[in-house]
Design a protein around this ligand. Structure first.
Ligand SMILES: Cc1cc2nc3c(=O)[nH]c(=O)nc-3n(C[C@H](O)[C@H](O)[C@H](O)COP(=O)(O)O)c2cc1C
Length: 731
């Protein structure tokens, strides 16, 4: 609920202001060039700011007879306004020699046009008002954006933690908004301020000097060179110095410095009055500088990039919103007439699509099924079976449609006993994999008349395979047959390409074989990416982790199942045959860059991507492989690769765990526990741990790593997960 308020405010504000925002940001980009183009003009004189006002005035007075004023602008350019041959002329000068450097910069027509469009959309006062409002909306969008990022990252302290890449728009929207939020906030706030100033809603105090004209005296008549104020003030502090209008004692120098305005007697150099600028004048000056970037190439460039990012963030933001599946639920039967209740915890809507498919299939088999959201949990009069499909968000928290479920489940008493199943949708790219599903399971287990059917079943990255495995197993125990169809989720589209079989090994003890393929079209797969294969027979996609052995050579490790359509198809391929498949990017499981030590942990076919990571490693990076299988015989398949890598120093160490060799079973988690000090040292030095294999193994390893982090490093495992040092791809 709270999140959706922020999300909808963020979206509605963006829609309302989008067109105006687009105009303001694009013109802002062009206007950011103006201060840069001004600053690079050749009117700056080296070390001029170090001159005193005495030196400046002496130099300029000797060159020009009748100076009206001297100015120093935000670029540091010094100009004079002087009467020359009876005409008032204004030009840049060198304060050392008085040499005329050029005429004052005139605003180029392109900047004039864009300034008018930027300030008022050529609509005069209504336009200015609109632009002021858009600035305010931009500020509110930025604030709601900060809240959304903090929530999606799992708290403000993880604001700058690595972002998990789900798709281009989501990833880049978060990454670029984090970088540009500060300039955008400054731009929008200063824009609001300048609008308020323009509409006189912020009072601009006028500086009024009270001059006691009676006390002004023309004695002692002191030469300008002895005026203390002038010799104590550097040119760098000057904004403008106006000469006295006449030679009467009532006329004086008006000197505007950075922080104050001073009136100075023209005969003896005494300060007549001196006033600091009011706070609002300083604030207005800062607002102008911060909004326009005047006088600073760096700040102008930052503002330009900030403005440029706005259309990009608008576009990616709208794509994220419109691609999100809509949450609409229709039911054929009333909830109190149904014996099967399906509840969904979703935020992005994909879990609902899987639940809808399951619900549809149950209805087809004649079961009275009711579909709802977890937050709608209430009394279900005839419920005998409850199935929960739930995603996990933030740092293992509930998705928005399930954040009240725990309370509701404890408060609401079901009158009849029921069984329940929990299917967790999550991603191993996040520290707390499917945590909310496990918490839901525990809460339901605690209810007096509820009985769990099996353990929590997890689905990584919306894998249809994992989902249908559970659903078919469940249906089997119920004596049903389900014809599940894959929901049309707009996951990244993978282009199908051709892969030629280079080698297919024979089946080894654990019914596994290695398939080495040549990427005919030279697609840029990276070890850890997934090979997506969809056999025509059932049209269902299977994913295999890729090990990139060489330029266009990759390997996948396949376990053959007696009735497995895909594994049997792959098992029959011969050298030279061509396989049609696609490469699905799996960025969160790519080998880490610039990491000196990497611990690789795998069981069974999970070694597949690691074979590639090791084969393309150099001795500079130390890789340590822990692998679990049944017997040394199971390892034979991979032995040549590992032996070669060790000989070439691409693999520092290899430690196997065999579960069926001795009476006491040894699993990889036991090896990790034994080498806890080494693993801790690697993590402490910024190294990475990569895990690939079964979810059950992943859970054991994560428990072990948690203990290691706590005992050796006095830190929580999530600390290293948030720094991207723990990478997992388990199924
Ligand atoms: C911002 C964000 C945070 C996430 N946090 C977790 C997490 O902590 N644990 C997890 O297992 N999955 C996490 N996920 C993955 C989602 O649970 C997963 O993509 C799920 O399939 C989304 O389902 P939905 O579209 O129904 O909301 C996160 C996804 C996002 C976008």
């Amino acid at each position: 609920m709270v999140l959706s308020v922020w999300r909808y405010s963020h979206l509605i504000l963006a829609i309302v202001s989008s067109l105006f925002l687009l105009v303001a940001s694009l013109t802002g980009v062009i206007l950011a060039v103006e201060p840069i183009s001004n600053k690079v003009r050749p009117y700056s004189v080296d070390r001029a700011d170090e001159l005193t006002l005495t030196e400046t005035l002496t130099n300029l007075n000797s060159e020009y007879d009748e100076i009206l004023s001297i100015s120093r602008d935000r670029n540091g350019f010094v100009s004079v306004s002087a009467i020359i041959d009876g005409n008032n002329e204004q030009f840049y000068v060198s304060p050392f020699t008085g040499e005329r450097l050029g005429a004052l910069i005139e605003k180029a027509p392109i900047f004039q046009f864009n300034t008018n469009l930027h300030r008022s959309l050529f609509l005069k006062t209504p336009g200015r008002l609109l632009i002021g409002l858009v600035s305010l909306l931009l500020f509110l969008i930025a604030i709601s954006g900060i809240v959304l990022i903090a929530k999606r990252q799992g708290g403000i302290k993880y604001f700058f933690a690595p972002v998990v890449r789900e798709n281009f728009s989501q990833f880049n929207h978060v990454v670029y908004s984090r970088i540009t939020l500060l300039p955008i906030i400054i731009l929008s706030l200063s824009g609001v301020y300048l609008s308020l100033l323009r509409f006189e809603l912020i009072p601009e105090e006028q500086m009024v000097h009270e001059v006691d004209y009676e006390s002004l005296t023309d004695t002692p008549n002191t030469p300008l060179q002895n005026f203390a104020l002038l010799s104590n003030t550097k040119l760098g502090e000057l904004r403008e110095l106006e000469y006295p209008f006449s030679e009467f004692v009532e006329d004086y120098y008006t000197i505007c410095l950075k922080d104050r305005e001073v009136l100075m007697n023209q005969f003896n150099g005494e300060v007549i009055t001196e006033k600091k600028y009011p706070f609002m004048t300083i604030a207005s000056s800062w607002a102008t500088v911060l909004h326009t970037g005047e006088g600073s190439i760096v700040w102008s460039a930052i503002l330009g990039l900030g403005s440029l990012s706005i259309p990009f963030l608008m576009l990616t933001g709208f794509i994220i919103y419109f691609k999100r599946p809509k949450i609409r639920i229709k039911n054929k039967h009333a909830k109190n007439d149904c014996d099967h209740i399906i509840l969904v915890g979703t935020e992005g809507g994909t879990t609902l699509q899987y639940a809808q498919e399951f619900h549809k299939q149950l209805l087809k088999t004649g079961i009275k099924s009711f579909l709802g959201l977890m937050n709608d949990y209430s009394e279900y009069k005839k419920m005998t079976q409850l199935t929960i499909f739930t995603a996990t968000y933030g740092q293992g928290e509930a998705p928005i449609s399930a954040n009240r479920f725990m309370e509701l489940a404890k408060e609401t008493l079901q009158t009849q006993p029921f069984t329940f199943s929990v299917i967790g949708f999550g991603s191993t790219a996040y520290p707390n994999y499917c945590k909310f599903a496990y918490e839901t399971y525990e809460t339901l287990k605690g209810l007096s008349n509820a009985k769990g059917l099996g353990e929590v079943h997890t689905v990584n990255d919306q894998s249809f395979e994992a989902f249908s495995n559970w659903a078919n197993r469940w249906a089997q125990t119920m004596g049903l047959t389900l014809q599940l169809e894959k929901p049309k989720i707009s996951l990244a589209k993978n282009q199908v390409s051709d892969f030629e079989v280079i080698h297919r090994s024979d089946l080894e003890e654990e019914n596994t074989f290695l398939l080495t393929l040549k990427d005919v079209k030279g697609k840029r797969a990276v070890s850890g990416d997934l090979l997506s294969i969809t056999p025509k027979e059932d049209g269902r996609e299977r994913l295999y982790s890729i090990g990139k052995l060489g330029r266009n050579t990759l390997a996948i490790s396949v376990k053959k199942y007696p009735n497995g359509i895909c594994s049997n198809l792959l098992g029959q391929l011969d050298k030279g045959q061509v396989l049609s498949a696609a490469v699905a990017k799996n960025r969160h499981f790519h080998p880490p860059k610039n990491t000196k030590d990497v611990v690789l942990i795998a069981t069974g076919t999970g070694i597949g991507p690691f074979l590639g990571m090791i084969a393309t490693n150099t001795p500079k990076r130390k890789m340590h492989l822990y692998w679990g299988g049944r017997t040394p015989q199971s390892f034979k398949l991979y032995q040549p690769y590992i032996d070669e890598a060790q000989a070439k120093k691409k693999l520092q160490s290899f430690t196997p765990a065999y579960s069926r060799v001795q009476t006491k079973k040894v699993y990889v988690q036991h090896l990790i526990k034994k080498d806890g000090d080494k693993v801790a040292e690697i993590l402490n030095k910024g190294g990475a741990v990569m895990i690939c294999g079964s979810i059950a193994m992943q859970r054991e390893i994560m428990n072990e790593l948690q203990t290691i982090c706590k005992s050796y490093l006095a830190k929580d495992l999530s600390y290293y997960q948030n720094k991207g040092q723990i990478k997992m791809d388990c199924y």
